[in-house]
Design a protein around this ligand. Sequence first.
Ligand SMILES: [Zn+2]
Ligand SMILES: [Zn+2]
Ligand SMILES: [Zn+2]
Ligand SMILES: [Zn+2]
Ligand SMILES: [Zn+2]
Length: 309
Amino acid sequence: MGSELSTKRKRRQQRGNVETNEAPEQSRIVPKKEASGADRNGESFEDSGQEKCYDPQDPTLTFVDGEDQLDFLCNDYKSLRAEMPCGHAVTPTSLTDWCRRLLDEGECVFVCGLPDCDAEWSFEVVCKMALLTPEEVEEFEKKIFSNAARSYLDVKVCPCCKSRVVRTDLSDLSVQCTACTADRNRPYIFCWQCLKEWKGPAPRSDRCENDDCQSPLEMLWTCSDIAFEDVEGVDGCPSIRACPTCGLLVEHNRSQCKNVICPRCKVEFCFLCLKTTEECQELNPNSYYTVCSTGVAPRQNSIPVWQRL
Ligand SMILES: [Zn+2]
Ligand SMILES: [Zn+2]
Ligand SMILES: [Zn+2]
Ligand SMILES: [Zn+2]
Ligand SMILES: [Zn+2]
């Protein structure tokens, strides 16, 4: 919530800057070889260097006339404009610029840059509409992943005032909210795990003394074994696992294959051996419904920490 608001604010500032930049930017992209009688369209595409252009024959795009609405820096891109799912018109390069800016600001979701448009675009839509090159796809994926890691690991909403609080010491669950502390004139400390006011001695890395503050390790140790419906011959596999990539506790719904996709980091892993599906399948081809050759990994005794790239 908080992050979205701050992005909107930045967007408005950007719109404000548009006027001042216009003149110099525009003069930069005037085609140079006009006098030689060369094909104008061809030349202008070449001159703009980095610009990506839509294929006018692409039947899956909706082309529109008018301004490139995401061209906040007034680069005056030449490509045909196409409509995003929210109806706003973009060129592939203006869309790339905008999305890269969001990522550089720490966002991990793509939102339309127009004031009063709340549209959120999937990464698939951005890849397609921004004509992302394989290098850009890789760059964007890395940034999405590390931004997501950062915001899940280090930012939570204060249970009292709802402001965003950043945690700097990842080994301490007791976190002070500066806003509430200033407000009350005494330290307000809440628990990063159960999101209630902190109870008991601090610092602690496993839990606070609130009754329902259960440490994830405790859950991994005490949960019952899972009875798979469709995977054969499994014995002694716990029903809760910590995602090997990000550490989120994940349950398997017992049906279908042994793999699960982590709802937080989106990495698919094998619930039995705790390797990524890719690694598990490489070692055990087509073993979706059978036990891995390395067997069932024992109950985990530490929670993997999501590595920021
Ligand atoms: Zn929009
Ligand atoms: Zn607070
Ligand atoms: Zn707690
Ligand atoms: Zn995960
Ligand atoms: Zn496996």
